[in-house]
Ligand binder design. Structure first.
Ligand SMILES: Cc1ncc(COP(=O)(O)O)c(C=O)c1O
Length: 392
């Protein structure tokens, strides 16, 4: 059965597409999966004990917005991490950032702007839920190249004024999946000024914010505070999936201006699926502890270092500033993914599957995305095979 018409422009999702590309072929060696961004480092030790202590709370409906204790723990984390005060009323608990990035758009996007069809901006390539939100809302998704030429960040300010005047929401992902760049403070400040000038809101996807190796990436709430921006201009999304290696907990949050969060809360009061209370307790504990996050970060840093050694001398190789993906330049991403699978058994994702064709160009075409999520030894084996196979 086909999707309704509004989704007719959606390409097939990246992973079924990858299966179609690779599965008819026999892998060249024992498979190594480097495709999905599913963290595989240890979960924090307190998980089981916290869950056991609160198991009886599965007997009650969970608070929709998040328990006061969870919202308090997130508010204190934001204070420690970004040096800015965000009251618990300005935070909403989420089942991971993915649904929040979708539902916040539903709560915030008007049906028209100045009598015209609204525009939602997103980088290209990008995390696919952004496009789904725009299409669901009947807004026009505008895919803005985030390529080497633009420092791998979208140049929203370079769009024509008539497009900018229709923008209602702009997604930003920093550290960026898949390119691994971090948006600098002045870039975020510029975007906030643009949002003020053209009257739109920034949806800042920061779920990789804790995976970095040089300096903690600035957050949109932090920059908004520093430059004195209207707090309603920004909603920041974060998650325990990557920070705490608990993607299956499905726990995250959105924080922003009081009115915007009230609208997200209202939408969720009608149609949300709040996180079960025992899981909220685990989340509360996770946002209150940095030791497990530091240990996790070091494991990624080790892998960045070894990856840089393995790919030394490869033209265009960049160590990611954050996150856990390599965005490797190749002549053709699909051909490279197929070659890597057939010759070495390493499974990687063609960059084009994460991007949209715009005017006949796909900005992911000449890349593969490689996830550094497996334990170190497995990752090293996979990377060495890729180097030999694709860059000999
Ligand atoms: C850029 C980006 N945003 C959001 C998510 C969603 O993560 P979660 O819903 O687990 O918080 C992911 C997951 O891979 C991601 O890569």
């Amino acid at each position: 059965m086909a999707f309704p018409e509004r989704f007719s422009s959606l390409p097939e999702y990246a992973f079924p597409r990858l299966r179609k590309l690779l599965d008819p072929h026999v892998p060249g060696a024992a498979p190594i999966a480097m495709t999905i961004g599913e963290p595989r480092h240890p979960m924090p030790a307190f998980l089981a004990e916290t869950l056991a202590a609160h198991v009886q709370e599965f007997a009650v409906y969970p608070p929709n917005d998040g328990s006061p204790e969870l919202l308090g723990a997130i508010s204190r984390w934001i204070g420690r991490r970004y040096g800015t005060d965000v009251a618990p009323e300005r935070i909403m608990a989420l089942n991971g950032t993915r649904e929040g990035l979708f539902n916040a758009a539903l709560a915030l996007c008007p049906q028209t702007k100045r009598g015209k069809r609204p525009v939602i901006l997103m980088p290209n390539p990008f995390y696919q839920v952004y496009a789904m939100a725009a299409l669901t809302l009947g807004a026009e998704p505008v895919y803005v190249p985030a390529t080497e030429a633009t420092g791998f960040l979208p140049d929203y300010a370079g769009l024509p004024a008539d497009v900018l005047d229709r923008v209602v929401l702009a997604y930003l992902c920093s550290p960026a999946n898949p390119q691994g760049v971090v948006a600098p403070r002045d870039y975020i400040a510029g975007l906030l000024a643009l949002a003020e000038k053209h009257d739109f809101q920034l949806l800042s996807d920061e779920c990789y914010s804790e995976l970095w190796h040089i300096a903690p990436p600035p957050g949109a709430l932090e920059v908004a505070h520093e430059v004195g921006a209207d707090p309603e201009r920004v909603l920041a999304f974060n998650s325990l999936s990557k920070r705490s290696n608990m993607p299956g907990l499905r726990s995250g949050f959105v924080a922003g201006g009081r009115e915007s969060i009230a609208r997200v809360r209202q939408l969720r009061a009608y149609a949300g699926a709040p996180l079960p209370l025992p899981l909220q307790r685990v989340a509360e504990r996770a946002w209150s502890d940095e030791a497990h996050v530091e240990a996790n970060r070091l494991l990624y840093v080790e892998k960045y270092v070894v990856a840089a050694q393995i790919f030394a001398g490869v033209n265009g190789y960049r160590t990611p500033e954050g996150g856990f993906f390599l965005w490797l330049p190749v002549a053709d991403g699909e051909a490279a993914a197929l070659k890597a699978w057939v010759e070495t058994g390493v499974r990687v994702l063609p960059g084009a599957y994460l991007a949209r064709d715009v005017a006949g160009q796909n900005p992911g075409k000449e890349y593969i995305r490689v996830a550094l999520v497996a334990p170190r030894d497995e990752t090293v084996r996979g990377l060495k095979s890729l180097r030999e196979c694709l860059y000999a």
